[in-house]
Design a protein around this ligand. Sequence first.
Ligand code: FES
Length: 275
Amino acid sequence: MKRFEIVNKRQLNDTINWYTIYAPLVARHAKPGQFIILRVDEYGERIPITMAGHDAEKGTVDIIVQSVGRTSILLSQLNVGDCLADLVGPLGQPSHMEGLKKVAIVGGGVGNALAYPLAIGMHKAGIHVDMICGFKTKDIVILEDEFRAGVDRVFMMTDDGTYGEKGFTTDKLKALLDSGEKYDEIVAVGPAIMMKFVCGIAQDYGIPSVASLATYMIDGTGMCGGCRAIIGGEPKFVCVDGPDFDGSLIDWDLLIKRGKTFAEQEAHDREHICK
Ligand code: FES
């Protein structure tokens, strides 16, 4: 196998693919919650992606990527046998699990893919995991079988009611808490606006929360400041201090505003460059 070769590719829905990539040094040291930065070609931008899994023996890492911008669309055009230009990692801090007995993990959209290794890792560590998976509609549901095989309970939600229960992940979380479920921690992975509301509910019920942040990144080593977020009034770098942070300390409004910085450029790329 060649370095950074795609050894497996599986389409999960119209825009999301699961890639297994040969990267033995990264696979040997990876832990749930950590991410890699990859470039599709030598002129390409660097994009951070949380690992969906790794196999130290086979020397592979798994990533699940939604084709939403230039690089992720170019990545989707590669196939088994093709190689990435480069891939660095593992980066960031692993997710913490110490002292937890029962958690709820709330995933939104492609955030479910990022939540997947954490949910499986926590369950394997003996933690009871309730997984709330939210999607806009049935067509984009991913990983249901994998979650059902790997955690204690799975609650599927769609905004339009075309699959599972109709409603938002926050509706299900609130219903569970109102019915008396107790959690040591609530974890949110998905769109910033969803994580903001999930962490708000956790706070209302006096439960600690953790949000896994996905910001723009350039170097991934704490040098450029591109990934900064305000946590508890202090600037933090998501690439080295995160990606997981206490949900009650995050300046959500600033995070959401910064997340829209390149929205116009990304829309332009989708329209014109990648067709
Ligand atoms: Fe540059 Fe985090 S990506 S400081």
